[in-house]
Design a protein around this ligand. Structure first.
Ligand code: AGP
Length: 609
């Protein structure tokens, strides 16, 4: 997500805004910028890279202003660059805009502005469209022009807007993306979240969806979608700066676990056109090219590799093409069979994992078509791929990957649907049914998140376990690996995942009295088999925590405790069944007093061999 800061008052806007942007650096960004009203003229300075680059750029300039807006960009449309950085302005530079979110219909708006108004665009971003829209509607009333512009827009946005002709005002808008207003003495602020303002104010308005705000230095007015002025109680912040960065959560990990419904919504819904078809932006393979593939490789590391295991299952099922999944550190050294009929899919949250990047280069050298599923726009893996399909999870700060994993899964399903449709192996009825079922996933995950307290209670019983086994069959075994990694990497518990059918081939020798076994049994067609595996470990004294769909209560007869997930089709359960395991790992680590966001020996991005 991007960071937004705005100031109108009597002090030096430049310093206040830059300082506010620095408080948002933790969110992750790739460029930054500032717009100031200097004597009735808008001055815009922006550049790629760290905020320090921006500071160096403006260090020698006076830029005396009492109104301004600033932005840290987390790229979604258009790679990180000086020209794509915000703020963006209209043609004559009299309107400047900063934006957090995604404008879904920016392509049609861009075409309309170019055709009917002769607008010439400088950047690749959706945001620049907003500045031009406000510019064509501006007729001496900035608030009116903003209303007219947002009436044309579809998508998610938190906006900050300033205008050369109205040097004492900021107009801000919220639709989906977060926005807060800080209330000061002879000064007022806007921000995308609270940390940017805490140094100056603790009295805020929390802006709600479809609200528009008009700020001057001594007045803040809120309006609804119909321009009717509304009242809002003042919210008083008691958090310190560190807590504010986590928006009140104790750790980034639990915050990001709770961000999964939004990340999945962004990753899916922003790609569904009005006619219901899925637009896989960034994938430019033709039908002929897709039909030419004889094999798919999915290569990644860690959690991303576990997402690939699910990808194998669903791509083979829907696109009827053989899929091989490998960890990148193995793939790159085993002289794999890859040729120009191979589709190589790299999955990486950071897009900088050296093993994955090296494997990608090896596949390209051998002639494969490379498609990457990446969360960081413009990262090395993204830049070196033929096609890029972005997860829109937003910045993932915690070392333990959660929302990146579930959005990677969403991308696997969308790629499988796309390939199945193009290869003619998936009928339109089945395609539409899958799409409808995928749309339900964010709400179903929210239902699991609402069980957080109950899962915490279970963690209290289990957090002293010295050894834990995760077992499952089919897709459940793929999720078992991810659940085991979560527990391992943040609570330092000896945790193992194994296909349940494999237990009898040796591992069951380790099951003793009170050994904790977490048994995933969400696949209807394998449910009876899983009950047998649970009985096997129970017979040897195991303590079994079952995980099943809410209607399969017979599992309770064989288990000591059960966590239920909402009913959904077997193929989509991984996006649901992983969530209780993420929450369980989080609370076990918390109860064990571990450093959850920065586990020992681990890095967020492993850029070494
Ligand atoms: C997952 O929780 C870990 N942080 C780690 O396994 C991670 O998934 C792996 O290093 C791959 O990182 P990437 O997705 O950025 O390539």
């Amino acid at each position: 997500m991007c960071g937004i800061v705005g100031y109108v008052g009597e002090a030096n806007a430049k310093d206040i805004i830059i300082d506010g942007l620095k408080k948002l650096e933790y969110r992750g960004y790739d460029s930054s910028g500032i717009a100031l009203n200097v004597g009735g003229r808008l001055v815009v300075r922006k550049c790629k890279g760290r905020i320090a680059n921006l500071e160096n750029m403006i260090a020698e300039e006076e830029l005396s202003a009492t109104v301004g807006i600033g932005h840290t960009r987390w790229a979604t449309h258009g790679a990180p660059s000086d020209v794509n950085a915000h703020p963006h302005t209209n043609g004559d530079g009299s309107i400047a805009v900063i934006h957090n979110g995604i404008i879904e219909n920016f392509v049609e708006l861009k075409e309309w502005l170019a055709r009917d108004y002769g607008v010439q665009f400088r950047s690749e971003t959706d945001t620049e469209v907003i500045a031009h829209l406000i510019g064509i509607y501006y007729n001496g009333d900035l608030l009116d022009a903003v209303y007219k512009a947002i009436d044309k827009m579809r998508g998610a946005y938190a906006l900050g807007v300033i205008c050369a002709q109205e040097p004492d005002k900021i107009v801000a808008v919220r639709k989906e993306s977060p926005l807060v207003v800080g209330l000061g003495n002879n000064c007022n602020f806007i921000a995308s979240d609270i940390p940017a303002l805490l140094k100056h104010v603790r009295s805020l308005y929390l802006i709600e969806n479809n609200e528009v705000v008009l700020l001057t230095k001594d007045q803040v007015k809120l309006f609804d979608a119909n321009r009717k002025e509304i009242h809002r109680d003042v919210f008083h912040v008691t958090w310190d700066a560190d807590a504010a960065e986590k928006e009140g959560y104790d750790h980034f990990m639990i915050k990001e676990i709770h961000e999964q419904p939004k990340g999945l919504y962004e990753t899916l819904h922003r790609r569904i056109d009005e006619d219901g078809s899925v637009r896989l932006d960034g994938i430019n393979m033709s039908k002929d090219e897709i039909e030419k593939f004889s094999k798919v490789y999915i290569v990644a590391c860690g959690t991303a590799y576990h997402a690939g295991l699910v990808g194998k299952y669903i791509i083979e099922k829907l696109a009827k093409i053989p899929v091989e999944v490998d960890v990148a550190s193995e793939f790159r050294y085993r002289d794999p069979f890859v040729d120009d009929k191979t589709l190589f899919i790299a999955i990486s949250q950071s897009g900088e994992t050296l093993d994955t990047l090296a494997a990608l280069r090896e596949a390209k050298r051998k002639g494969a078509r490379v498609l990457s599923v990446v969360n960081v726009v413009g990262s090395s893996v993204a830049r070196e791929s033929d096609d890029v399909f972005y997860t829109w999870a937003g910045p993932e700060i915690a070392v333990a990957s959660t929302k990146a994993y579930t959005t990677q899964l969403m991308c696997m399903y969308l790629i499988a649907l796309y390939m199945g449709k193009e290869r003619g192996t998936l009928g339109s009825d089945a395609y539409n049914q899958y799409l409808n079922d995928l749309k339900e996933i964010p709400d179903l995950i929210q239902k699991i998140l609402d069980q957080e307290e109950a899962i915490y209670e279970i963690a209290k019983k289990l957090y002293k376990s010295q050894q834990v086994f995760f077992i499952g069959r089919g897709l459940d075994s793929s999720v078992a690996y991810e659940g085991s990694l979560k527990l391992k990497e943040i609570s330092y518990t000896n945790s193992f995942a194994i296909a349940a059918g494999e237990l009898k081939h040796g591992t069951i020798a380790l099951i003793e009295q009170d050994t904790l076994v977490i048994a995933l049994a969400t696949q209807d067609f394998l449910f009876e088999k899983m009950l047998s595996n649970i009985q096997e470990v129970k017979a040897r004294g195991a303590y079994v925590l079952g995980l099943a769909k809410e209607n399969n209560t017979t599992i309770e007869r064989q288990s000591d405790r059960v966590i239920y997930i909402p009913e959904c089709r077997d193929e989509l359960t991984p996006m649901l069944s992983v969530v209780p395991l993420q929450i369980l790992a989080y609370y076990i680590a918390k109860l064990r007093g571990c450093d959850i966001d920065k586990p020992k020996n681990l890095a967020k991005s492993v850029t070494v061999e």
